[in-house]
Design a protein. Structure first.
Length: 401
C-alpha cells in the first residue's frame, strides 16, 4: 500500500482540486491520510462513499469516544478544538438526543424574522463599507467579509455590537487550528458563558433566550457548546462564501453582469462556489462503530473518517463534465448530508448574510474591480476551510452614507 498523504502542506492552499484528483487516482475513493503528529485517518473523497458514510449514523458514528487513537493524543494537540473528546455539543451527540438538539436549534433560528435578518446584515455591511468607501481601494476580505457574518450572528444571539471584533479574532484563531487555537476557543467559551448568564437573568427576543426556554431540557453547558458550534459554523464558512463568490465574479466573465446590476448571477456565482470552491473543504469526522468495508478499504472499529466535501463535489463519477455550469443543482455536499447536516434554518441564515453582503458591495461600489493579477491571489494554509488571505480591490471613491 502506498504511503498515507499528510493532511497539510501548501498544495491544499495552491491546488487542492489537482491534489484531490491525484489522491483519488493513487488511493481510490477512500484515501489514507495522517494529521498533525502523524495521527492516522481516512479521507473519504468519493461522492457515493461519502453519501454512504453520512447516511448511516450507526455504522459511521459521530461519537468521538469511539476513536482508537485517543491514547496517543496530547493535551495540546492543535486539532482538539475540531476533534473534541467528551464535548457536550450537537456535533458529538447521537440518536434521539441529537434529533432533539437539532429541533431546539432549528426552532431558535426559525424564529428569526427574515426581513429583520436582512436589515441587520445591510446595517452592518453599510457600516463596514462606510469605513472604506472613500479610500478607493481595500482588501474586501479582511476589511469586510471577515467582519460581517459574526457581527450579524452576534446580534441574533444577543451579544452587544462592540463584542463582535473580539469574537472574530477568537473564531479565526480557533478555526485555523494553529498555536492560538486553544486560546481562541477559551475566549469564545467565556463570552458565551457570560451571555447565557445574562440572558437567564434578563431574557430577550434572541436566539440564546429561545434556546434557554426550550422544552428539551438541555443544560447551560450543552447550550453554550451548541452556540459555539453555531457561531463557528456560521461565521467563517459564510465569510469565505462571500470572499470566494466575489473572487469568482471579479475574475470570471460569465458573472460580469452582476457587477452592473444583474442580480440573478449573484445566486449562480454563490452556488458555483459551493460546488467548485466550497468554504468547508474537509470535516472531522465520523468514527467506525465496528470493522467494515468502504470503497475497497478495510476500516477498523474506531477509525476516524474525514468527510472530503470538496473531493466528493468534484468526483468524476458524478461530475462527468466538470466544466459545466452547476446552475440550480444543489446536490453538493457543502452543507453536509444526513442526520448531522447543517440544519436548514442555519443554511438559510448563512445564505441571507452572504447574498446580502455581496449585494451591498455591488450596490455601494458599482465599479469594483480586482486590484492585483488574479493568479497572485492566495489562500489560507488550511486543509479544512478554503478562503482567501486577501482580495485587494479598487473602485471609484464614494461618500459614506
Amino acid at each position: 500500500m502506498t504511503a498515507p498523504v499528510p493532511l497539510s502542506g501548501p498544495r491544499f492552499q495552491t491546488e487542492p482540486a489537482q491534489l484531490y484528483r491525484e489522491m483519488r487516482r493513487e488511493h481510490g475513493a477512500v484515501t489514507p491520510v495522517v494529521l498533525d503528529g502523524d495521527v492516522p485517518a481516512w479521507l473519504v473523497l468519493g461522492y457515493r462513499e461519502l453519501h454512504q458514510v453520512t447516511g448511516d449514523p450507526v455504522l459511521f458514528s459521530r461519537d468521538s469516544d469511539l476513536w482508537n487513537q485517543w491514547d496517543g493524543i496530547p493535551d495540546d494537540w492543535p486539532l482538539l478544538p475540531m476533534i473534541g473528546r467528551k464535548q457536550p455539543s450537537i456535533l458529538y451527540t447521537v440518536g434521539e438526543r441529537h434529533r432533539e438538539r437539532v429541533g431546539m436549534i432549528s426552532d431558535a433560528l426559525e424564529a428569526v424574522d427574515p426581513s429583520e435578518l436582512r436589515s441587520y446584515t445591510e446595517k452592518f455591511a453599510d457600516e463596514l463599507i462606510d469605513v472604506i468607501c472613500a479610500k478607493g481601494e481595500t482588501d474586501i476580505v479582511g476589511d469586510y467579509a471577515m467582519l460581517l457574518p459574526v457581527r450579524v450572528l452576534a446580534r441574533l444571539y444577543g451579544f452587544r455590537d462592540e463584542q463582535g471584533p473580539g469574537l472574530v479574532t477568537a473564531l479565526n484563531d480557533m478555526i485555523d487550528g494553529r498555536e492560538r487555537a486553544i486560546a481562541g476557543q477559551t475566549h469564545l467559551a467565556t463570552s458565551m458563558g457570560q451571555l447565557l448568564a445574562d440572558r437567564k437573568e434578563k431574557p430577550a427576543d434572541d436566539v440564546v433566550s429561545r434556546m434557554l426556554t426550550h422544552t428539551s431540557g438541555f443544560n447551560d453547558v450543552e447550550i453554550a457548546q451548541d452556540l459555539m458550534v453555531m457561531m463557528a459554523a456560521g461565521h467563517q464558512p459564510t465569510a469565505d462564501w462571500i470572499g470566494n463568490s466575489l473572487r469568482l465574479m471579479l475574475t470570471d466573465d460569465r458573472f460580469a453582469a452582476s457587477l452592473f446590476g444583474g442580480r440573478n448571477s449573484v445566486a449562480e456565482a454563490m452556488n458555483e462556489v459551493l460546488w467548485e470552491d466550497t468554504p468547508t473543504q474537509n470535516v472531522a469526522g465520523r468514527w467506525a462503530s465496528r470493522d467494515t468495508q468502504l470503497g475497497g478499504r478495510r476500516i477498523r472499529a474506531g477509525d476516524l473518517l474525514l468527510l472530503g466535501l470538496q473531493g466528493a463535489n468534484s468526483d468524476p463519477q458524478v461530475r462527468t463534465d466538470g466544466s459545466a455550469l452547476t446552475g440550480g443543482n444543489n446536490a453538493h455536499f457543502s452543507f453536509g448530508h444526513g442526520e448531522h447536516r447543517c440544519p436548514f434554518p442555519a443554511q438559510e441564515v448563512a445564505e441571507v448574510i452572504a447574498r446580502t453582503g455581496i449585494e451591498v458591495v455591488l450596490d455601494r461600489l458599482p465599479d469594483i474591480d480586482l486590484a492585483v493579477p488574479a493568479e497572485s491571489l492566495t489562500r489560507r494554509p488550511s486543509p479544512w476551510l478554503r478562503g482567501l488571505t486577501e482580495l485587494p480591490v479598487r473602485f471609484t471613491p464614494v461618500a459614506a452614507l
